[in-house]
Design a protein around this ligand. Structure first.
Ligand code: GLU
Length: 474
């Protein structure tokens, strides 16, 4: 049988990293097994609906390279793929489930429901309406009494199923409630719609978060009542910020978009997300989507929570930036450059930092000295290893200032060879001269790029201006 997995997000406004990982594992599992990956939009809770959220789901999946075979915007043989367009289907199956004894109509008022608690003081429905005869139910419906349809959960017994990650899961029916399947407005709840859709859409493997581990017995009751085959279950542990807190918007930056805005590249985010709870057999870390598909294997999935490690995520992103071809880097980095940097030669600016930043938003800070010059303090010239002293700087800088106008083609290599000759004539090491020059034109002890590389970007005039200011400051 062809493997079919699905990602079933609710359009509540953003693509959380946890959701992204669920989608990714469902995608990788399907593709590893030559199966189909389906996108289904679960929008039956209209109160939580956020404008634009559906588009964000589409774009996040596309940006991260997960191509879904079926979905609301691409179609397919099992549509519609948006739950709010499937109301009639749910209605039909809910009625059928009532006939099968797996569900019943409930007419209880809000006031009555508020008085109900179980022995532990938790609110729990008491199956009051299960007692109604078929005729009584029909009469009430005819009279226009509002109703919901509830699931009929056995009062006792233990339910058991197998999860591919967590093994045998047993839940006492006593702990479950006769939840609402169809609300009074006719809309289904998640509890009902997920079962109907997973079955009708031919989903073979249900991959989702552990928050559904204990409610899955309810869904199994429905599969069983309809006489449908249960899907295979794969529940995934949560992603944590630290030992006690779940990664969430509340603690900042938990969304795909936030990471993109900070200057992470999509491929790196996806790659890192893949590693949150999955360890490939060969311990690979940096993987393309193809490699992830090839290596994906449930035995590498951990039962325990994974902790989001920003340091590692940044490192991985830096690796992606380093490996990127230069043109691609310029394309991705340009939107992050501030206006001042954009007024310089963008290609050169980018080259300077490509292997020196971990995320693109660091570029402005790293290159601030190119647009905002503060003459260095004298101490910076003192460096034993470079054989540089303040006295020497005082002597060498004016000579560099004199030499620069002679360099007609103000390019890195030409500047380099010209000043190398100057060093020879002064009987000092070239590295010492370049050290002094780099400090003088940048104002900093540490910079990305060497003296002549920076000089080319700054241009002849700016170099002379900076060298002059630096000299005055000694
Ligand atoms: N709409 C549910 C959610 O966003 C889907 C859960 C599932 O995959 O079954 O949590």
């Amino acid at each position: 049988m062809k493997v079919r997995t699905r990602f079933a997000p609710s359009p509540t406004g953003f693509m959380h990293l946890g959701g992204l990982r669920t989608a990714l594992y469902a995608y990788l599992y399907a593709k590893h097994n030559d199966g189909d990956f389906i996108l289904r939009v679960e929008d039956t809770d209209q109160g939580r609906y956020v404008e634009g959220a559906v588009e964000l789901i589409y774009s996040s999946l596309k940006q991260s390279g997960m191509v879904y075979d079926e979905g609301p915007d691409v179609g397919g043989n099992y549509g519609p793929y948006t739950q709010s367009e499937r109301k009639d289907i749910y209605d039909k199956y809910a009625k059928k489930l009532v006939e099968l004894g797996g569900a019943y109509y409930c007419f209880c008022s809000k006031e009555r429901l508020e008085t109900l608690t179980d022995k532990n003081g938790n609110r729990k429905y008491d199956k009051h309406c299960l007692k109604l005869s078929k005729e009584e139910v029909e009469e009430k419906i005819k009279n226009g009494e509002p109703y919901v349809i509830r699931q009929n959960i056995p009062s006792e017994g233990v339910s058991s199923y197998n999860d591919l990650i967590y093994g045998t899961i047993e839940v006492d029916y006593n702990e479950l409630e006769d939840n609402i399947l169809i609300k009074s407005d006719g809309m289904p709840t998640y509890n009902f719609a997920n079962v109907i859709d997973d079955h009708l859409m031919g989903i073979t493997h249900v991959i989702r978060g552990t928050e559904y581990l204990s409610s899955t017995p309810k869904y199994n009751l429905m599969y069983d009542a309809f006489g449908w085959e249960r899907p295979v279950y794969i529940h995934l542990p949560p992603i944590m910020k630290d030992a006690t807190r779940k990664l969430s918007k509340r603690y900042g930056d938990a969304n795909f978009d936030d990471f993109v805005k900070k200057g992470y590249v999509e491929e790196a985010i996806i790659n890192y997300v893949a590693l949150l709870g999955w360890c490939p057999k060969n311990n690979l870390e940096k993987m393309t989507m193809e490699e992830m598909i090839e290596n994906f294997d449930l035995t590498g999935i951990s039962k325990s929570q994974s902790i989001f490690d920003e340091v590692k995520c940044r490192w991985l992103n830096g690796e992606y930036l380093k490996m990127m071809d230069d043109d691609e880097f310029v394309k991705r980095a340009t939107p992050f450059l501030n206006e001042k940097l954009l007024s310089l030669d963008v290609n050169k600016v980018c080259k300077l930092v490509k292997s020196r930043v971990e995320i693109l938003s660091e570029i402005n800070d790293k290159l601030d000295f190119l647009v905002d010059f503060n003459a260095p303090i004298s101490e910076l010239y003192e460096n034993n290893k470079q054989k540089s002293t303040v006295e020497l700087a005082k002597k060498v800088i004016p000579l560099i200032i004199n030499k620069i106008p002679e360099i007609t083609e103000f390019k890195n290599d030409v500047i380099f060879s010209t000043l190398q000759e100057l060093a020879v004539s002064l009987e000092i090491k070239a590295k010492t001269l370049f050290y002094i020059m780099r400090i003088a034109i940048s104002g900093l002890e540490v910079t990305p790029g060497g003296a002549t590389e920076l000089a080319e970007i700054l241009g002849k005039e700016e170099c002379i201006i900076r060298l002059t200011k630096a000299l005055e400051n000694i």
